[in-house]
Ligand binder design. Sequence first.
Ligand SMILES: [Mg+2]
Length: 382
Amino acid sequence: MKITALRLYHVAPRWQFLAIDTDEGITGWGEPVLEGRAETVGAAVKECESYLIGKNPMNINAIWQTLYAGGFYRGGPILMSALAGIDQALWDIKGKYLSQPVFELLGGKVRDKMKTYTWVGGDDPQDEVKQMEALLQSGWDTFKLNGCGRLKMLDSNRAINQVVARIEKIRSHFGDRVDFGLDFHGRVSAPMAKVLLKELEPYRPLFVEEPVLPEFAEYYSKLADSTSIPLAAGERTFSRFDVKSILQAGGLSILQPDISHAGGISEGVKIASLADCHNVGLAPHCPLGPIALSACLTVDFISPNAVLQEQSMGIHYNKGADLFDYVVNKEDFAITDGYIRPLTKPGLGVVIDEARVIDAARRPPHWHNPVWHHEDGGFAEW
Ligand SMILES: [Mg+2]
């Protein structure tokens, strides 16, 4: 089998799909994207095209290693997102060729269903109780919300009280009917993280995500020593090599690699295993589309330490299209009581509505994250 063509589709809400065609008539799909940098990642994919055309797509390991290391410069969000989408598409081809779901090719599943959670509250969090009540009625009991809006490096008593009052309100309203993780989103400085973690401890969030920016990862272990709340991070790591030093430094309870940003399924499996070696749970980051979600689930279903899966249904970023709009076999993704079952169709198990994708790509989105400022005009982390 030989690769004959690569086709890229940049589509709403902020996703990019890659189709890799072969001379056997099998097409594999991947999702090479970095939110807000789809075109840059697309250019990186195109730079791999001349190498890929004519190659046997079954040789995933050899192709991966060459694309990763063959260009001398390696790693980082752009190159590893491009490689992730290519890797996903190659696994999709291999599974379709062998008529097996990819998790079977990786040794088979270790669980029958995977726990997922849903987002509430939006970018600048508010009104979560009402939204969570409605979602609870439809079977969701596990949520993620932003821990706070913009927060200064040294913020006021009032700002801290506002954060705590919001979370206190949620816990006192729902009791133990719900669980929720809080995403600090890199908005919180190390000095404020220490204060907030202490104040939020009584409300027992499942985890606090990105308690500080990833460039301050040395604080994870210090913060973990000062709180009983499990700390999570990893969406801004891009390979097992990035993860290695973070795990060695300690402090994280949950690792959240993005299987569309960190080299795909091949690298995701290795990252999951590295986390397992440190007794760290796996909760892949996935605010993206259906192929990215399927790639995450593939890693989850073969990883004993996978604990939770993010998914983007109804997420505040999904303007213009939602998670399953480009999927033909929507029923395979049914989420019951927050659990999703393995996708059992060959390959990644996602039947893409190609006509809809091609049409949507005629109106590519221009998604960029908001740029925030504090009241004094200074830059604020989003
Ligand atoms: Mg996050």
